[in-house]
Design a protein around this ligand. Structure first.
Ligand code: PLP
Length: 388
């Protein structure tokens, strides 16, 4: 039998990573895989994760099996990050949440749910997209229909084309959309377009499948969820794939969730039970380590404030409080984990040599390295080099 096995489809990102990892040239710049790196090009752990690990260590929770659908408190906190605490669908019990093997697992589980419920469902995917979308839905046995997501002449979403597809697709089709920070184009729908899309999806009875792998790395946690919250508020049936790989830098821990929004709470119970059944026969339960860390952070107010974007706002507030001259507003308009402080190489060297504030000469700082404990010291040091 095994002589009949065929080679798997090549994975361009995997090949790229292998070549980059094997390249020992000091001039190497690895811009391939979507992982935040520190100044040495290595993995960068978030300060908040470092702290959560210490707390987790003290809890000594052991390594028992996790339940099939996952840790309920982690799921409740994760759903609130996505939909917002006051989301009607959450409050009325219309959301079925289960833990998954990160975002990829959430996509795959969602595809399995669709395939096992209505196998003839057509899945609409705008191209270009994350390289795994089409294979995941095809692997689940579903028919994938592709259309152009991008109007490349304007470098904008080809929104009319998306709406045309929504109108022309058979009723009950699934539309796979990325919640924010579109991979690979970086081009997202505007809040207004999300509103129009919600209306059309509702009119044509289509199902939204939102993959959100970068919440918090765009404009902020709530802002990045605007699209999916608009669809949820419109009362649509939808599936949402949540990943904590990027926004917690927990890539290898495979931490995520699938949240399915039904139109009735009694349906949500059945959906959750079906998800339980699929998980049981595929991987039984999800890894516990990452979700324990995320739960610790999300349930602790001071750790939450340390998490991502808040650090930018925090630094700006401290800079304002110390009346440090200059326009620092770029700190909160930039995105992601890094920021380039507009300092001279000499100022950066002074920070390192005299203030133990370590940063390279180009001023690029890892925002996640700031904490409530060190931010005041960092701001004072900054003031002393700027006001020299
Ligand atoms: N969805 C998108 C759009 C992605 O870019 C990625 C990762 O690159 C994922 C999902 C899955 O990531 P993970 O399985 O690590 O959560």
């Amino acid at each position: 039998m095994l002589e009949l096995v065929q080679q798997g489809a090549p994975d361009p990102m995997f090949t790229l990573k292998k070549i980059a990892d094997a390249d020992n040239d000091p001039r190497k710049v690895d811009l391939g895989v979507g992982v935040y790196r520190n100044e040495d090009g290595r993995y960068q752990e978030l300060e908040v994760v470092r702290r959560a690990k210490k707390i987790l260590d003290g809890l000594d929770l052991g390594h028992d099996y996790a339940s099939t659908t996952g840790d309920e408190e982690f799921l409740r906190l994760g759903a609130a990050v996505l939909f917002g605490e006051n989301c009607e669908a959450l409050i009325s019990g219309r959301v079925s949440s289960v833990q998954t093997i990160s975002g990829t697992g959430a996509n795959s589980l969602g595809a399995s749910l669709i395939a096992s419920t209505v196998p003839s469902t057509k899945v609409y995917i705008g191209l270009p997209t994350w390289g795994n979308h089409v294979p995941i839905f095809q692997h689940a046995g579903l028919e994938v229909v592709t259309y152009d997501y991008l109007d490349s002449t304007r470098h904008a979403v080809d929104f009319e084309n998306l709406l045309d597809n929504v109108r022309e697709a058979p009723l009950g089709s699934v539309f796979v959309l990325q919640g924010c920070c579109h991979n690979p184009t970086g081009v997202d729908l505007s809040p207004q377009q999300w509103g129009e899309l919600a209306q059309e999806l509702s009119t044509y009875n289509q199902v939204a499948f939102i993959d959100i792998a970068y919440q918090g790395l765009g404009d902020g946690l709530a802002e990045d969820a605007t699209g999916l919250r608009t669809l949820a508020d419109a009362g649509l049936e939808m599936l949402v794939c949540q990943s904590f790989s990027k926004n917690f830098a927990l890539y290898g821990e495979r931490c995520g969730a699938l949240h399915v929004v039904s139109q009735k709470s009694w349906l949500a119970e059945i959906v959750k039970d079906q998800l339980r059944s699929i998980i049981r026969k595929t991987y039984s339960s999800s890894p516990a380590y990452g979700s324990r860390l995320v739960k610790i952070v999300l349930s602790d107010q001071s750790l939450r404030t340390l998490w991502l974007k808040k650090n930018r706002q925090n630094l700006l507030s401290h800079i304002d409080a110390h009346h440090i001259p200059g326009d620092w507003s770029y700190l909160v308009s930039e995105r992601g984990l890094f920021s380039c402080l507009q300092l001279t190489p000499a100022q950066c060297r002074t920070l390192v040599d005299h203030h133990h504030v370590h940063l390279p000469e180009n001023g690029r700082i890892n925002i996640a390295g700031l904490s409530e404990e060190n931010i005041e010291r960092a701001a004072k040091a900054l003031k002393s080099v700027v006001c020299l």
